[in-house]
Design a protein around this ligand. Structure first.
Ligand code: MRU
Length: 329
């Protein structure tokens, strides 16, 4: 049975609460657009494509209950600032409404297309992965972060199911622990060989020759190919350069923001200090110690070997071509 993080039920959205994983599998029943906005803000659902899909269903719930579409759009839009898929999906929903289309069908199409894009990325990305590759990944980019299968983790999944004897190093991904809690949960379910490491282990493993490639997802890709992704991604890209290791990004074209040229212009979400000062609900620092919690960083195009999309594999500076045509390296 494939993992799916949400199910549309016609008059509500069933959502797997990712805050409770991996210990408990709790399903939330979201009946209003405000419920959906809260779930996105609180990170009960997270991962750029999954945020986009659930926001689309949130839009359907709001409009169906007779709320002003602009208000629904704004409320959902103001949940998280970095993941471009959120804005892409909401703009698409608003356009569909204005054109008199069936908005429920539009939301279903967004979900369906995301899943299909992931399977395509899996096929393209698999061609870059050698038999017995040792792959390092960061955050969670799997079925849980998408409409199913996953982006970077989808590529890993495709490589595994194509019969390659791959191994995955899973960065725990402080402070929200998407790697330790979510990626390891997905890999364990499917018996894909892996080990969780603390984020600061990556460099030493690279030095020892224990990492053949790094593959991560993206929250936003700019016109020049800079990539915003989970905090810690930039560090990995710099380490890859130092050690001569390929650094790949896998993301659907819905993550590409053609109107933002440079990574410096991407809004970076700052979350609560508490998420840094606690671990598993326990305070690990003094209450009075200040902390900084940037949820994302930006990796410049120059540090990225290639970007895998559903349209093919592109050099970062050529990424806008992915919106237009198909291109292979
Ligand atoms: O804060 P999160 O968990 O929403 O951040 C998720 C990531 O950074 C992912 O790498 C990105 O959204 C791509 S998910 C396919």
């Amino acid at each position: 049975m494939e993992v799916k993080p949400f199910y549309w039920k016609g008059d509500h959205l069933l959502l797997l609460d990712q805050k409770k994983l991996p210990r408990e599998e709790v399903w939330l029943k979201l009946e209003t657009y405000q419920d959906v906005a809260k779930a996105i803000k609180d990170m009960a659902v997270r991962g750029a494509p999954a945020i986009g899909c659930t926001a689309a269903y949130g839009f359907v719930l709001g409009v169906k209950e007779g709320e002003n579409p602009e208000k629904v759009y704004e409320t959902l839009k103001n949940t998280r600032p970095t993941a471009f898929n959120l804005f892409w999906a909401l703009d698409r929903m608003m356009k569909a409404l204005k054109e008199g289309k069936d908005i429920e069908e539009e939301a279903r199409a967004i979900e369906r297309e995301d899943y299909e894009a992931n399977k395509k990325m899996g096929e393209f990305g698999n061609e870059l992965i050698l038999h017995k590759a040792k792959i390092l990944t960061h955050c969670n980019t799997g079925a849980l972060a998408t409409a199913g299968w996953g982006t970077a983790l989808g590529v890993i999944r495709s490589a595994h199911y194509s019969g390659k004897d791959i191994f995955v190093w899973v960065d725990e991904t402080r402070p929200y622990l998407q790697g330790a809690r979510l990626t390891a949960w997905e890999l364990l379910k499917e018996n894909i060989p892996h080990k969780i490491i603390t984020d600061n282990t990556a460099g030493f493993l690279m030095k020892k020759g224990a990492v053949d490639l790094v593959i991560v997802g993206a929250d936003r890709i700019t016109a020049r190919g800079d990539v915003a992704n989970k905090i810690g991604t930039y560090t990995l890209a710099v380490l890859c350069k130092e050690h001569g290791i390929p650094f790949y990004v896998a993301a659907p074209t819905s993550t590409i923001d053609p109107n933002t040229e440079r990574g410096e212009d991407i809004p970076i979400e700052e979350r609560s200090e508490e998420e840094v000062k606690t671990c598993g609900g326990c305070l690990i620092a003094l209450e009075d110690s200040p902390a900084l919690h940037l949820a994302f960083d930006v990796t410049p195009a120059e540090l990225i070997t290639a970007i895998i999309t559903e349209k093919g594999v592109f050099k970062p500076h050529e990424i806008l071509r992915a919106l237009k045509d198909q291109r292979f390296l």
